[in-house]
Design a protein around this ligand. Structure first.
Ligand code: T5A
Length: 220
């Protein structure tokens, strides 16, 4: 006889869309891996993905934007980010959620607001219009914002030998991006949780797990 699954059975939890945000080297990739492993260990199907990218067309745009050596006009860059995002949502994120797979995404629309608007000076009204067209109201269930001063993020990035973006964009730019993520988290407290990312990786994981347990009932 098959036992009726209890309400707490992980497979009965609706799949959720979780995004990780923050500046360079804040620890998003590290946290994303640990959360995905923990969710999978509790029996939930999980997909890890990232932006820009996460679908074939979006990965092609990522190459163009991050390695194409073009000094993009801020509006053009934001349009490309949202074009990649729409592909990503349509081809990867929505199909996964519909198949019952939890999705953990490294960066999403908040990154465009932080980098292109606060960082590069794009009008936030343009961001809103592009978000409306590209996402049609689709949004993360929870966004974990990893809060780390840019100097600390740079020190971490240096250990991996990848300081180019810090040098190219400058300290003031990264300070604006850092402030932006704090403002975004404060403006949308229901969706966003600001986590102290200066703590060790174990502490950050514990804080993220507690947030997902409380807000989504995740078995972590
Ligand atoms: N962008 C992106 C935009 O301008 N607009 C947009 O709309 C979008 C979506 C993406 C770039 O594109 C821009 C933003 C970015 O400039 P990317 O290559 O995907 O670039 O890089 P990032 O997203 O910034 O990711 P990084 O790999 O630089 O940083 P992570 O993922 O935040 O950090 P992680 O986990 O790789 O950790 C960095 C180092 O720190 C260590 C790790 O072991 C690693 O060595 N570490 C810790 N050390 C101590 N304590 C902890 N708690 C630690 N956590 C990690």
């Amino acid at each position: 006889m098959t036992a009726a699954p209890s309400a707490a059975t992980p497979a009965l939890l609706a799949a959720r869309f979780i995004t990780l945000e923050g500046g360079e080297g804040a620890g998003k990739t590290t946290l994303s891996k640990r959360l995905a492993e923990a969710l999978a260990a509790s029996g939930l199907p999980v997909l890890r993905t990232r932006e820009p990218g996460g679908a074939p067309g979006a990965e092609a745009l990522r190459n163009l934007m991050l390695h194409g050596h073009v000094a993009w006009d801020p509006v053009a860059e934001a349009m490309l980010m949202f074009a990649a995002r729409r592909e990503h949502v349509a081809k990867t994120i929505r199909p996964a959620l519909e198949a019952g797979i939890w999705v953990i995404c490294d960066r999403f629309a908040d990154s465009t607001l932080a980098y292109q608007c606060y960082g590069h000076g794009l009008d936030a009204a343009v961001w809103r219009k592009l978000a409306d067209v590209a996402l049609e109201g689709f949004a993360p269930d929870v966004t974990l914002v990893l809060d780390l001063p840019p100097e600390a993020g740079m020190a971490r990035a240096l250990t991996r030998g990848l300081p180019d973006r810090f040098e190219r964009l400058g300290k003031a730019f990264h300070a604006r991006v850092h402030a932006a993520f704090r403002e975004i988290a404060a403006a949308e407290p229901k969706r966003c949780a600001l986590l102290d990312a200066a703590q060790g990786a174990d502490q950050v994981f514990a804080a993220a797990s507690a947030t997902l347990r409380e807000r989504l009932g995740a078995p972590l």
